[in-house]
Ligand binder design. Structure first.
Ligand code: 1CP
Length: 345
């Protein structure tokens, strides 16, 4: 008899209650793992890792082998999109991303899929590796940065704390900014559609810098831009679950949830658990939201906070995750401590 088993993560996204929540951690592949650091040293360059399917597959699998997470996330970066559009990106060790000066006239969709072909190949290879290594309940998440977040890097040329060059462009050259956003919307939608075709089972849109704007800019460049991408993806793949992660969106969160078409909300660590349970989890499944700083600090507080998340959100579908990416110096023992509590609860 053919028995159809749905994966834990997919069940939760279909709003089915499960005994235990699926678990994965944002940025779960990365420098806190010695096996990652070893491979990174061998590859030499971060983007080489992203664009070499063997490396990307290996690194994606590393946290799954070590911790048995319920979801694997494609090893790549949100900045492969500017790179594929023609704005060269490089990563200096310990310095973060550097992008060459933005020139809108030089960006184009023409080489998008050629450039990203290794990423699509990696997705297929990761799916095969998960099966070969018997991680048959592990769901593969594909992802992209949302346009506003990616645009902050394209305009600033690097990570920023105050977003002032970005805002000067957004508010000072609105037509040019719209041109950039429209290009990113199209590129991101096409990229995500191809990821699904290559084997991604869930998608996450990282709007990590949603909290950088408010008012009309939030409405247009966060909500509308995310909505357009999701509509384009769902027009081709209506059943693909999409998780939105609009970090620090505060008072705009419910609007974001109702208008973008996401299936689940990634909650950042600033959101109070009772608010998530009473106001957000009543709308759709939620994901989150342990403060990576608490995971880094460890101790009795980590035990309490993890248990509190499980107890507060456990009545309805939720995915255990962090409220932002794991810090690179996080002790592995703290990850194990958190997992023990979630799994025992
Ligand atoms: O080895 C290294 O030195 C590179 C460190 C690193 C890693 C491991 C970067 C550079 N990116 C990544 C991988 C990555 N990035 C993943 C892989 C999958 C996983 O989660 O395991 C994902 C999903 C991302 C997404 C990403 N990149 C985001 C959105 C999530 C978030 O943290 O808010 C952002 C903002 C980036 C940009 C970026 N890439 C890398 C760095 C250091 C940064 C942040 C730069 C900054 O703003 O200071």
């Amino acid at each position: 008899m053919f028995v159809f088993m749905t994966k834990l993560m997919l069940k939760t996204l279909q709003k089915v209650n499960t005994d235990k929540p699926p678990i994965w951690f944002m940025r779960q592949a990365g420098r806190y793992l010695p096996e990652y650091r070893e491979l990174r040293a061998k590859a030499g360059d971060f983007l080489t890792m992203c664009y070499t399917p063997d490396y990307a597959t290996e690194v994606t699998l590393q946290p799954i082998r070590r911790f048995g997470f319920d979801a694997a996330i494609l090893f790549s970066d949100i900045l492969v999109i500017p790179d594929a559009l023609g704005q060269k990106v490089r990563f200096e060790t310990g310095e973060g991303p550097r992008l060459e000066d933005l020139n809108l006239d030089q960006l184009s969709l023409d080489h998008l899929h050629d450039h990203l072909a290794p990423v699509y190949a990696a997705i297929g290879q990761i799916r095969s590796a998960l099966i070969a290594e018997n991680f048959t309940d592990t769901t593969l998440i594909g992802f992209a940065g949302a346009p506003l977040t990616v645009a902050t890097y394209m305009i600033e040329g690097r990570g920023t704390k105050d977003f002032m060059q970005f805002k000067k462009f957004l508010y000072g050259q609105p037509q040019e900014f719209d041109r950039l956003m429209n290009l990113l919307i199209e590129a991101t939608a096409q990229y995500l559609i191809r990821q699904v075709e290559a084997g991604a089972e869930v998608l996450q849109l990282f709007e990590s810098w949603a909290g950088a704007v408010g008012g009309f800019a939030f409405e247009k460049y966060v909500i509308e831009a995310n909505q357009k991408i999701i509509a384009k993806v769902k027009a081709v793949h209506p059943h693909i679950p999409i998780i939105g992660f609009p970090k620090a969106a505060g008072i705009y969160l419910k609007d974001y949830m109702h208008k973008t078409g996401i299936d689940a909300l990634g909650c950042d660590f600033t959101l109070p658990l009772n608010y998530i349970r009473d106001e957000l989890q009543t709308i759709m499944p939620v994901q989150g939201n342990l403060d990576p700083g608490i995971l880094y600090a460890g101790g009795a507080l980590l035990d309490r906070e993890v248990k509190n998340i499980c107890d507060t959100l456990g009545e309805k579908p939720y995915i255990f995750n962090l409220g932002h990416g794991i810090h690179k110096d996080t002790p592995i023992a703290h990850v194990e401590q958190a997992l023990k509590i979630i799994r025992a609860d």
